[in-house]
Design a protein around this ligand. Sequence first.
Ligand code: GAR
Length: 190
Amino acid sequence: MKNIAIFASGNGTNAENIIQFFNDGSHGAKVNLVICNREGAGVIERAARLGVDCIVLSKAQINDPNIILPLLDKYNADLIVLAGFLLLVPGFLVDRYENRIVNIHPALLPNYGGKGMYGHHVHEAVVAAREKETGITIHYVNGQYDSGDTIFQAKVALTPDDTVEDVEAKIHVLEQAHFPQVIFDTFFKD
Ligand code: GAR
């Protein structure tokens, strides 16, 4: 059985979906650790309810190899999943987990990515540009925001009267439908 560590900053709907998908034990991997960088984030309560250890670390602690690497070793992390994680992953972690860090972004990269482009900021920009479609991108993580190789994209059509909340809801449906399955297919199928 392989181990997945989830890094998250927010509400945690993706983290919960991934935990529920994997932690019945039938997919060859389990989420045994959630790392959160924000006190009071919804993901903390979700992890507790699902019986997964959740550790809150500051940005400085996450950027400290003497703290984060021993913690990941203690939990035997094979894969790191960013699920609404808003900090840049430090270079030493990218090197240590080469091709074993995956992120989900709520737009069709390379559009609407980069520093500051997260969550509702992305959806606001998509609505302001009157895009006819948007989607999700699941990609490997390198040392820059939203620029690692793409693993998977899914699209959804937009109508001219879609609000930011409508776009967010459409993205949520795509994320719930695809993220755990893509993680499984990419990293644990064989
Ligand atoms: C998700 O929509 C995810 O794609 C996005 O944050 C949301 C987190 O929701 N991530 C980014 O914008 C990363 N740049 P959640 O906390 O409910 O999973």
